[in-house]
Design a protein around this ligand. Structure first.
Ligand SMILES: [Zn+2]
Length: 242
């Protein structure tokens, strides 16, 4: 079965139409989506949460279809809810979460679905300060012989550990390790997903790393990037993540 056929089956089973838009809405570009996330984070930090897109009217509006403007891969940490952090509502964000925002196969498949079928043009890969998964990777050396009972958690830690080599040795090592893990997660997505790399190479998807600061609520966006191959990530010319 081809990938296109698999997506078609998925959509049939879900009984949704992904091609429609809610009334008055238009598809946004990656740049417009990123600006919307920035503005949403400013509003969130100011305590100006917009609940109008989370109530019954909005629920009815998007019940028949979805057209999220951004995919967000972030940590499962209970303090890092993307819809709140970016002040967005139902149908706005396609969210994928794992401890440490580690992109395993199920994550990559979910992101590919969003990019290829839902045509979401923007992917944000977001870590956060004081990430417990990163801390655990820092403090737990790779076991010589993995304990079968802890094999699933070890898979997460083993995915994070290589990034620690790129963390700065001065200053706040934990926060530096978080930034390093975000860069590695981006690299891992490019390395392990030919679909996303191809969409990025063709300009259909832009990736942005980010780190959420628990204390202030601020999201530090990194420079937008594009994949030029499965092993080559480039900062987009003229794009500023700040
Ligand atoms: Zn975390």
């Amino acid at each position: 079965m081809t990938r296109r056929m698999m997506w078609a089956c998925w959509v049939c089973l879900a009984a949704i139409s992904a091609n429609g838009l809610a009334a008055g809405e238009q598809r946004s570009t990656a740049e417009q989506g990123l600006e919307r996330l920035r503005r949403g984070n400013v509003a969130y930090r100011a305590g100006k949460i917009d609940l109008s897109r989370s109530g019954g009217a909005r629920r009815a509006e998007v019940a028949g279809n979805q057209h999220p403007f951004a995919t967000v891969l972030t940590c499962s940490d209970s303090r890092v809810p993307p819809e709140l952090i970016f002040n967005q509502g139902l149908g706005d964000l396609f969210v994928v979460r794992t401890a440490g925002a580690v992109p395993d196969q199920a994550v990559l498949g979910s992101m590919e679905y969003a990019a290829e079928h839902l045509q979401v043009p923007l992917v944000v890969v977001m870590g956060h300060t004081s990430c417990g998964a990163v801390k655990a990777a820092m403090e737990t050396p790779a076991p010589a012989k993995p304990d079968p009972a802890g094999i699933n958690l070890e898979r997460i830690l083993s995915a994070i550990r290589p990034s620690l080599e790129h963390a700065a040795r001065t200053g706040d090592l934990w926060t530096s390790a978080v930034y390093a893990s975000v860069h590695q997660n981006l690299d891992d997505i490019a390395r392990c997903s030919p679909v996303l790399t191809e969409l990025s190479e063709s300009g259909k998807v832009i990736f942005v790393g980010a780190v959420y600061e628990l204390e202030s609520g601020k999201v530090d966006f990194l420079e937008p990037v594009a994949f030029r191959s499965r092993h080559n990530r480039v900062v987009l010319p003229g794009a500023s993540g700040r």
